[in-house]
Ligand binder design. Structure first.
Ligand code: CA
Length: 232
């Protein structure tokens, strides 16, 4: 049975959500602060995390950021703040969806079902993950990638970069986020590094690298992978 981890410090809301999710047949784990949420996520590897942003001890955006470096489980963020910045931050950190409080129970359950269906369709297995997007196929466990069936000769960083972009397809990723994900927090350099690797990647996967269709530039932000013909 699918397990959902709910990280929410407002107990009335948490209990209401838990009751209704259990009625839908999910097993629900509840954490009431960010540290406990992170611990439960690591230990129980739930199928979905519903994560509030304003949390005691460790906020939801930090929990999401840490988890994303370790796991690929879907995350829905909840927030009371009607702040577009939060929304963008949450999605950049890899959240799959975002719901502003107050929300209706019906809307919440519909979003949960949608995410669960999506993750069933694209199983996120750490052991053997094959990502497919349009003309690209990436086998993350074997670290091999193909474009139109032809194996690509990618450097380690190019491989990590395209994997990160494809995993978050449709989402604009900032240069800083890409630097952090691919090069690590202790990397000394600047976002030009990202641009240079993007250029090399485009030369390898775009039919016309001067007019990229797959790795798109998001002005003032960074890059976004688009797979034409896919609805995700
Ligand atoms: Ca809260």
């Amino acid at each position: 049975m699918p397990t959902i981890l709910l990280v929410e410090d407002e107990l009335t809301l948490a209990e209401t959500l838990r009751y209704n999710l259990e009625r839908e047949g999910y097993i629900v784990l509840l954490a009431t602060d960010g540290v406990q949420g992170l611990e439960l996520a690591r230990r129980e590897a739930p199928d979905l995390i519903v994560l509030d942003i304003m949390l005691p001890r460790l906020d939801g955006l930090s929990v999401c950021r840490i988890l994303r470096q370790e796991h690929d489980m879907p995350v829905i963020m909840l927030t009371a703040r009607q702040d577009e910045v939060d929304r963008i931050a949450g999605l950049e950190l890899g959240a799959d969806d975002y719901i502003s409080k107050p929300f209706s129970l019906g809307e919440f359950l519909a979003r949960v079902r949608a995410i669960m269906r999506r993750s069933e369709r694209q199983p996120r297995l750490a052991a053997r993950e094959v990502l497919e997007a349009s003309r690209l196929k990436i086998d993350t466990s074997r670290r091999r990638a193909w474009c139109e069936g032809e194996e690509l000769n990618l450097s380690q960083k190019e491989f990590d970069l395209i994997t990160c972009l494809v995993r978050n397809r449709g989402i604009a990723l900032s240069r800083d986020l890409l630097l952090e994900r691919v090069w690590g927090l202790d990397f000394i350099g600047d976002s030009r590094t990202v641009d240079v690797h993007i250029r090399w990647l485009r030369e390898k996967i775009e039919p016309d690298s001067s007019r990229p269709r797959y790795i798109q530039t998001v002005r003032g932000i960074g890059y976004r992978f688009e797979a034409p013909g896919e609805d995700s």
